[in-house]
Design a protein around this ligand. Sequence first.
Ligand code: IPE
Ligand code: IPE
Ligand code: MG
Length: 225
Amino acid sequence: MSLTHLAVIMDGNGRWAKKRGLPRIEGHRRGAQKAEQIIEWCAELGIKYVTLYTFSTENWRRPPEEVNFLFALLRQMLYEKFNRMMEQNVRIRFCGTMEQLPQEVVQVCRDFEEKTKSNERIQAILAFNYGGRREIIDAINNGIKNGLRTFNEDDLRKFLYLPDLPDPDLVIRTSGEMRISNFLLWQIAYSELYFTETLWPDFSKEDLLKAIEDFEKRQRRFGGL
Ligand code: IPE
Ligand code: IPE
Ligand code: MG
């Protein structure tokens, strides 16, 4: 069965750090390294799209120091990994709302998107300041601004943040939590879900292969027989 689009809820950075007596931000640092690795693993496996849940609209509820650290970490990672992403032919895109974000963060994101836009081996989508409900509301409001008064599914889809992406085939969530936490609500209507106890910084290539093997055994019916 073909896996075109993988989406990942990268959870468990804080617990990973806590287990080792380290500050939470250390977990985020290790988690960010892992995010880069999974993009490369997916590219090697021929997966065309990988969406990584990086910061949710609800994550603003965390202490400001942690939120600011996460923004700084994103910028640092983007600067550091730019050459590598170009070499690896990775197109980076963002999905979420840029409202509320510090201007310097928005700038780096836009810049990175622009510079990598011709890369075509894989698209890595960072769901950053992303909320599924917010995306649907934004889509409706944008549709209305564009003159729509009623919507069918195709109409709404056109106003999602990245309307050209296929829906995820598989969603992986690490750290043992079995919930969606406002991730891609519209797009995962028929995605296969895979949960693992592994904390995100510990997630290995073997874990990825195991999830894919599990996915390949599933029978997707989409409501049919
Ligand atoms: C996921 O790890 C990363 C983000 C949500 C930014 P957490 O920070 O949620 O880690 P836990 O769930 O506290 O272990
Ligand atoms: C989901 O993880 C968001 C990201 C991985 C970015 P959370 O840690 O924020 O989710 P909850 O709060 O446990 O549902
Ligand atoms: Mg968490």
